[in-house]
Design a protein around this ligand. Structure first.
Ligand SMILES: C[S@@+](CC[C@H](N)C(=O)[O-])C[C@H]1O[C@@H](n2cnc3c(N)ncnc32)[C@H](O)[C@@H]1O
Length: 223
């Protein structure tokens, strides 16, 4: 687990999560959550028998929508303020879990049919490789992995770390947070390297921003 991810979690623990949660009152992002719900629902062909685990669920909006539509979903996070918000939202299955260090099976009890990692851009190359390994081992055969990455193409000003990670420490204009946090950016080629030997692409597109390029969105299937 990188020092950048550790630092970002510390920031969320020290008030950053509460700022993020409070920001929902200003911008509930309803359209984005509905779009993501549809994406997941389509990826699963509406099959309610699939067991879903979400990593870094944050405010829990997606997990709540899936639960409300009778999906078997466990929300997780490593930050207590987010976990409390997920419980306040009425999510039945909420688990404290660090996806870079904690044992998947011990935490969730069984393998999943779908793992979701949505808007977790605080991961350098080493962290993403670890995430892919954890997801691969946590999925049943033919299991799906839905993940998005911030697109390096729209961040040409990014700094480059010694391990090659393209990144910035930023305060986002659209989120009212006081402290900078680590954002990593990846190209489609970077993602192809991460998934090599582990996952095939089921669906890939870009979305977000005026040019609809801000994010890479992928549904991957375990090889
Ligand atoms: C930008 S927020 C996104 C939250 C939510 N998925 C969303 O789309 O709004 C990133 C989330 O990832 C969580 N996170 C970051 N690193 C983590 C780790 N190593 N293990 C578990 N959660 C982590 C943070 O606590 C936070 O909830």
């Amino acid at each position: 687990m990188s020092k950048d991810n550790t630092r970002t979690i510390e920031m969320y623990n020290n008030g950053g999560a509460l700022e993020y949660i409070n920001h929902k009152a200003i911008d509930p992002e309803t359209d984005k959550w509905e779009r993501l719900f549809k994406y997941v629902d389509t990826g699963l062909n509406g099959d309610r028998n699939k067991f879903i685990v979400e990593f870094g669920s944050g405010t829990g909006d997606l997990a709540k929508m899936l639960q409300d539509q009778s999906y078997d979903i466990v929300a997780s996070d490593i930050v207590d303020d987010f976990l409390e918000e997920q419980q306040r939202m009425g999510i039945n299955n909420v688990v404290k879990y660090n996806f870079l260090t904690d044992d998947f099976i011990k935490t969730f009890g069984k393998k999943a049919d779908l793992i979701i990692s949505w808007r977790n851009p605080h991961l350098n190359i080493e962290d993403v490789k670890k995430l892919f390994e954890v997801v691969y081992n946590g999925l049943n055969d033919d299991g799906l992995f839905i993940i998005n990455f911030q697109n390096a193409l729209v961040h040409p000003d990014a700094e480059i770390a010694s391990d090659g990670t393209k990144y910035n420490y930023l305060i986002l204009k659209d989120k009212q947070t006081q402290e900078k946090r680590f954002y990593a950016y990846y190209t489609k080629e970077d993602i192809d390297n991460f998934r090599e030997g582990l996952f095939d692409i089921v669906e890939y597109h870009n979305e977000g921003g005026a040019e609809k390029l801000n994010w890479h969105v992928l549904t991957l299937k375990k090889k």
